[in-house]
Design a protein around this ligand. Structure first.
Ligand SMILES: Cc1ncc(COP(=O)(O)O)c(C=O)c1O
Length: 367
């Protein structure tokens, strides 16, 4: 949590303090029932989330990574298949593709949206392509119509782990593709008190398969039909998430307000490219670009001055050590990995804290 004189990248203290009585009550209820895994609490959570997202089915899982793996398994993606994804993401997106035995094919990004470029998707298609996994990075939903056109009707697995509550032309992230995958890791806009994840879909067969996969491939107890996982959401996390869910739109709006404050403070500053925040963006991160500057030195100077920023991500997925030099270059992602800097943002960040972030950034740029 925050220390005096430090502006952290994220501070959940106010959110937790204001909800503390409701959270205590919800956790107390679960402790009294003694039902800790799946059960009625998770079922109610799934219904409420499905309703919020505007999908038929929501399946609670134990992480966003598992939601991606299980989405791919539910679609029968496996060895010999290729899945097109973005290199500008957290490793879990590409990792999930590898974990099901398929091959990631990295299509470069668009430098204004930070998201996968539809033309690059179209160029990456081969007869082996089985699915597309776009990532709604920083809370900005990918251009859905363009991706549908570019991917030739292939199933789309939305990595919506950073985009809970975001939307594209009124449709929520997670309701656009064949399957949506969410993370409730504590830093996410809708966050649990530990790991948690969810898969969303309108397809009853995919939902049923996901429910089997999360519980060792069984539909009825001890009658295991396929190889699955232990990936169940627990009731305490579901209870916490149910307390928070009614507040998510208000929190996402507050993040957008914070983004417009940064925009006002930073507009027309030479050397800084500000992110576009279109309708539906939920500002999971407010990420600026510092082209031509020594980003790491600027980040270090800001840290010395008590402002903690983050870099998402310093090495694009296709260049991570696990892959060696196996994959061809994605020049835009490689360039942006050296330019991006995510400024502190959370719903309750104070205007004075944002002013301090900006003045520290400007001094660090000049130094
Ligand atoms: C884009 C993206 N995909 C996948 C994940 C994985 O989610 P989890 O940490 O819940 O496994 C994350 C979480 O950081 C993410 O940001």
């Amino acid at each position: 949590m925050s220390q005096p004189n430090i502006v952290p990248p994220l501070d959940l203290k106010e959110q937790i303090v204001s909800l503390r009585p409701a959270l205590d009550k919800a956790m107390d209820r679960i402790i009294s029932t003694g039902a800790f895994v799946l059960g009625a609490e998770v079922a109610s959570f799934e219904d409420e989330i499905a309703d919020y997202l505007g999908v038929e089915h929501a399946v609670g899982l134990n992480s966003g990574t598992d939601a991606l793996v299980i989405a791919l398994r539910a679609l029968d993606v496996g060895p010999g298949d290729e899945v097109i994804t973005t290199p500008f993401t957290f490793f879990a997106s590409a990792e999930a593709i590898c974990l099901v035995g398929a091959t990631p094919v990295f299509a470069d990004i668009d430098e204004t949206t930070f998201n996968i470029c539809p033309q690059a998707v179209s160029n990456a298609l081969t007869p082996k392509t089985k699915a597309l996994m776009p990532v709604h990075l920083y809370g900005r939903v990918c251009n859905h119509e363009e991706l549908v056109l570019a991917s030739d009707g292939l199933p789309i697995v939305e990595d919506a782990c950073q985009a809970f509550g975001a939307s594209w032309k009124g449709t929520k992230a997670g309701a656009l593709g064949a399957v949506g995958s969410f993370s409730f890791y504590p830093t996410k806009n809708l966050s649990a008190f530990g790991d948690g994840g969810l898969l969303s879909t309108n397809d009853p067969n995919l939902a049923q398969k996901a429910r089997m996969l999360r519980q060792h491939g069984e539909q009825s107890r001890y009658n295991n039909e396929i190889l699955g996982y232990n990936s169940r959401l627990d009731a305490l996390q579901a209870a916490v998430l149910r307390v928070k869910l009614p507040h998510i739109d208000k929190w996402n709006d507050a993040r957008r307000t914070a983004a417009s404050r940064y925009e006002k403070l930073l507009t027309d500053t030479p050397g800084i490219i500000l992110p576009e925040i279109p309708d539906g963006h939920i500002v999971h991160q407010y990420t600026v670009r510092l082209p031509g500057a020594d980003r790491d030195a600027i980040q270090a100077r800001m840290r010395e001055a008590g402002v903690i920023t983050m870099v998402y991500y310093p090495i694009p997925a296709h260049r991570l050590p696990v892959f060696g030099d196996r994959f061809p270059s994605c020049p835009v992602a490689e360039r942006l990995a050296g330019e991006v800097l995510s400024l502190p943002v959370w719903p309750e960040i104070a205007p004075a804290q944002q002013e301090r972030v900006v003045s520290t950034l400007l001094s660090a740029l000049k130094a």
